[in-house]
Design a protein around this ligand. Structure first.
Ligand code: FES
Ligand SMILES: [Fe+2]
Length: 338
């Protein structure tokens, strides 16, 4: 083995070569540390935090000026579009005249024109149609549904701190699972499954801090983990997971390559499936930052990087949605062991 093994290969590239890779089945089991009660407590704490009744409904980038977006949050049908100034407008998804689905209506000069009889909405109250408060944080779109949320409303959603847009490359992954938002959040509050369940992406995972270690300030979970790049090449980082509101889990890279990068997972309840099973939309914003000079090149290549970032998240979420769906099934049948 080369003397460089296990160390950064150069000052410029943060890759390390794993010294003696451990076969998957020989890595240390994590189930003893991953106490169901610890995860349940972290979930309960998340659920006790305010959301201000805000729900993520999509990615800012996915709503161009002349398009309407339709989404059903819980049982509330919502339509969203951009007005002339590019500002996000949202409101009930049924036309106040005879109920046409406004998601299928075209946007003309910043107004939504109902395709059944031509009623025009500019985003202000009209003919019984009352808008919902909306917010575009530059990466994600939010709607505030007070009747559904039932909490004291807040002026703005609680958007996690992110790297500045001009220093970052951002991508948004969207997926849907047959489960409730809490199942998605619980999956993210179980960092111990990383290297076992996603061995294609993570190795050498150790949870070095849990909320039980510092319950007062709830620093969340701290995880030392290596991202697999290729073969034995890995990028080691330290990450922290926190749940700032009942439907959001944020992972901050606090040390290592990409320190300052953020992965925000938002779980939004959407319309149930044909059998009445609950469904949850997962919207994950990946905001990658780096102080490396090479990152300027990465920013320039952002349109190429975005699909790659989304594909990586998509692979992880195939498994994580299976985890969340399984958790819901067991909860639904009253056999969940946690
Ligand atoms: S249903 Fe929309 S204008 Fe008649
Ligand atoms: Fe996972």
């Amino acid at each position: 083995m080369s003397p460089e093994a296990g160390r950064p290969r150069s000052g410029r590239i943060p890759l390390r070569v794993r010294r003696a890779p451990v076969p998957w089945e020989r890595q240390a089991p994590t189930w003893r540390e991953a106490k169901p009660g610890l995860i349940t407590e972290a979930l309960k704490r998340a659920q006790s935090r305010p959301s201000g009744n805000w729900y993520v409904i999509g990615a800012s980038r996915d709503l161009p000026p002349r398009k309407a977006l339709g989404v059903t949050v819980g049982s509330t049908e919502v339509v969203a579009w951009r007005d002339r100034g590019g500002k996000l407008r949202t409101g009930p998804g049924a036309c106040p005249h005879l109920g046409a689905p406004l998601r299928d209506s075209p946007v003309r000069c910043g107004t939504l024109v109902c395709h059944w009889h031509g009623l025009v909405l500019d985003g202000e109250p009209f003919a019984g149609w009352e808008p919902y408060p909306a917010f575009d944080d530059g990466v994600l779109l939010w709607v505030r549904l007070d009747r559904m949320g039932g909490e004291p409303p807040s002026e703005r959603p609680y958007v996690p701190a992110r790297p500045r847009a001009r220093d970052a490359v951002e991508a948004v992954y969207s997926g849907v699972g047959r489960c409730e938002p809490e199942d998605v959040v619980a999956n993210r509050l179980d960092p111990w499954h990383g290297a076992w369940f996603h061995p294609y992406s993570f190795v050498d995972l150790t949870v070095t801090g849990t909320p039980a270690d510092s319950p007062a300030d709830d620093a969340g979970f701290t995880v030392d983990v290596s991202f697999k790049v290729a073969g034995r090449l890995v990028v080691p980082v330290r990450a922290r997971f926190t749940a700032p509101d009942p439907r959001t889990v944020v992972m901050h890279i606090v040390e290592g390559e990409g320190a300052g990068s953020v992965v925000e997972t938002h779980a939004t309840p959407i319309a149930p499936d044909e059998q009445g099973k609950p469904r949850t939309a997962v919207t994950e914003a990946l905001v990658a930052a780096s102080d490396r000079r090479g990152f300027a090149v990465a920013r320039a290549a952002a349109p190429l990087l975005r699909p790659l970032m989304r594909a990586t998240a998509g692979r992880l979420w195939r498994d994580d949605l299976a985890y969340a769906e399984r958790r819901w099934e067991l909860r639904d049948s009253g056999t969940f062991p946690g």
